[in-house]
Design a protein around this ligand. Sequence first.
Ligand SMILES: NC(=O)c1ccc[n+]([C@@H]2O[C@H](COP(=O)([O-])OP(=O)(O)OC[C@H]3O[C@@H](n4cnc5c(N)ncnc54)[C@H](OP(=O)(O)O)[C@@H]3O)[C@@H](O)[C@H]2O)c1
Length: 275
Amino acid sequence: MIFSQTKKLNNGVEIPMLGLGVFLMPEQGVTLEAVRYALRVGYRHLDTASIYENEGEVGEGIKQSGVLREEIFLTTKLWNDDMRKGRAEAAFEESLKRLGTDYVDLYLLHWPVAGKFIESWKVLESLYKQKRIRAIGVSNFHKHHMEALLKEAEIVPAVNQIERHPLLSQKELIEYCTHQGIAVEAYSPLGSTGAPILSEETVVELARKYDRTPAQIVLKWNIEQGVIVIPKSTHKERILSNGQLDFMLRGEDIKMLDALNENKRIMADPENFNF
Ligand SMILES: NC(=O)c1ccc[n+]([C@@H]2O[C@H](COP(=O)([O-])OP(=O)(O)OC[C@H]3O[C@@H](n4cnc5c(N)ncnc54)[C@H](OP(=O)(O)O)[C@@H]3O)[C@@H](O)[C@H]2O)c1
């Protein structure tokens, strides 16, 4: 049974706490197969982006799965160069076309592109008001980016999607977002390529204690703290087991995982990115 709990966003839309991420699936057909399989076993939330260059396969996977579009929570993101070039609306239309759908559930500003994210947000607000998007949000926003956005925004972002795993627990940012009514999604929850978090000693010990996989422990650590997770895998057995989260971590074990924090980023720092 795949974990099916949802969270209510600040506009009332329900988002599944677990989704399939599809970053870095470059070989042809891999995304299609992963999406089709994930939907078949019960996932109802997919996270892609125009820069992943696989929106077409995501759309095709949805179609081939036989699952109704309205049962699926679909996220995609506006890429940085499209913000720089002022082509947010055109990029959104292109994403929809590739995805083979006429709306997305969540559209995110992928990175806080300096001097551009506020005007891009205005475009998202307009698309949201036209009901082309069910919820709008941001990604890789630090507190100061969010404060700058909130000064100008008419609509408070529904989501901030950030790097988060036990070595980068982002406690303060999560508290800030929660206080503003902004849901947090953890990307790279396993530490991204090669899943380095899964060989952390504490994670391995807890996996033994609960008779679960290290990935299940880390994913549940997020969910039990109200954080949405979007692990990526191209392997069927992992897609399946990553969604089998029908257990509870004890409070003291959550604290042990919290204590691993080193503020260590694996992905780029939103303060200083060059793409
Ligand atoms: N907003 C952003 O800027 C941003 C940035 C990065 C990622 N994301 C989103 O977040 C999603 C997840 O992040 P991610 O793809 O960077 O990394 P991740 O989900 O933390 O880790 C993916 C890696 O873990 C492996 N893996 C998955 N399940 C496993 C398991 N049960 N046991 C052992 N290894 C396992 C995968 O290998 P296999 O595929 O070989 O199974 C892959 O190497 C992305 O796909 C994307 O949708 C967003």
